[in-house]
Design a protein around this ligand. Structure first.
Ligand SMILES: Cc1cc2nc3c(=O)[nH]c(=O)nc-3n(C[C@H](O)[C@H](O)[C@H](O)COP(=O)(O)OP(=O)(O)OC[C@H]3O[C@@H](n4cnc5c(N)ncnc54)[C@H](O)[C@@H]3O)c2cc1C
Length: 231
């Protein structure tokens, strides 16, 4: 066994299903049942060829966990190794993955604002579900999708912004939707994820135009054009 393989968990795909452009995978491993997981955290999968000397890692948020089984939702966006592996994965396949980790998790706040596109909505789902009911009721989400088939089931008050075939990079549509959002005067806590340039523009708006403290805006770039495997 190679050294890096010791750091990973070997999981089995127990279910795989495509809805719209999302591929939903359920992965089971005994070690996943005892691993810490906070909603918003992610795992890294080795999507490279079996037996390769080094792993080829791609990052996916954990959509849910039940016992020793986690569920992922991968956007089939193109022919990168992550999307190809996810698209082809079938029940019975095995994969090496890291345990869940990351600091893209909710902070205590009077209300929460979630902004991003499809890939970010995978992290938002469990973050919203885990909020106390009163905080969830006061929260807002603005999610850009290509079309209705890409809507994941998110709890709470969600504004869906459709781009209908346009690029999700540097999205003026998503930025405008946040700019026109009717928010309380006092800042809450924002979680902005997805395409890196859009993330930056939304952060700028919240900090410079709305006067939110920098520490109240948590950002996580997930991908950007031309960059492979962002993390
Ligand atoms: C913390 C974190 C959590 C993430 N969670 C999820 C998740 O739950 N579900 C999910 O689907 N993705 C998620 N992502 C994004 C995912 O890791 C990237 O999309 C990754 O690049 C996919 O790998 P790939 O091999 O398919 O493409 P790559 O080889 O990495 O990239 C190939 C090309 O595709 C482009 N590309 C990458 N992603 C997209 C996209 N979404 N839309 C359009 N073009 C794209 C790249 O810019 C590049 O030009 C997450 C990323 C991070 C950092």
């Amino acid at each position: 066994m190679k050294l890096w393989e010791r750091l990973f968990v070997r999981a089995t795909v127990v279910e795989a299903e495509t809805t719209g452009r999302f591929r939903r995978l359920r992965l089971r491993a005994a070690a996943l049942g005892t691993a810490d997981w906070r909603p918003g955290q992610q795992v890294r999968l080795d999507v490279g060829a079996k037996g390769a000397m080094t792993p080829l890692l791609r990052t996916y948020s954990v959509w849910s966990r039940a016992g020793d089984t986690i569920e992922l939702q991968a956007l089939l966006h193109g022919d990168g190794p992550g999307a190809v592996w996810m698209g082809a994965a079938q029940a019975g396949d095995e994969v090496l993955l890291s345990k869940p980790k990351g600091d893209f998790v909710t902070r205590p706040a009077a209300y929460h604002l979630f902004v991003g596109e499809e890939t970010a909505s995978v992290a938002f789902g469990p973050m919203l579900r885990a909020l106390p009911a009163a905080e969830r009721a006061a929260s807002r989400a603005v999610v850009e999708i290509d079309g209705p088939a890409d809507r994941l089931d998110l709890d709470g008050d969600v504004t869906w912004v459709e781009r209908a075939g346009a690029s999700a990079a540097s999205s003026q549509r998503l930025l405008k939707a946040v700019q026109t959002l009717d928010l309380p005067q006092e800042p809450g806590h924002a979680y902005v994820a997805g395409e890196a340039r859009t993330v930056q523009a939304v952060r700028q708006h919240l900090v410079h135009d709305r006067g939110w403290p920098r520490r109240s805006v948590l950002t996580k770039p997930f991908w950007t054009p031309g960059k492979r495997g962002m993390e």
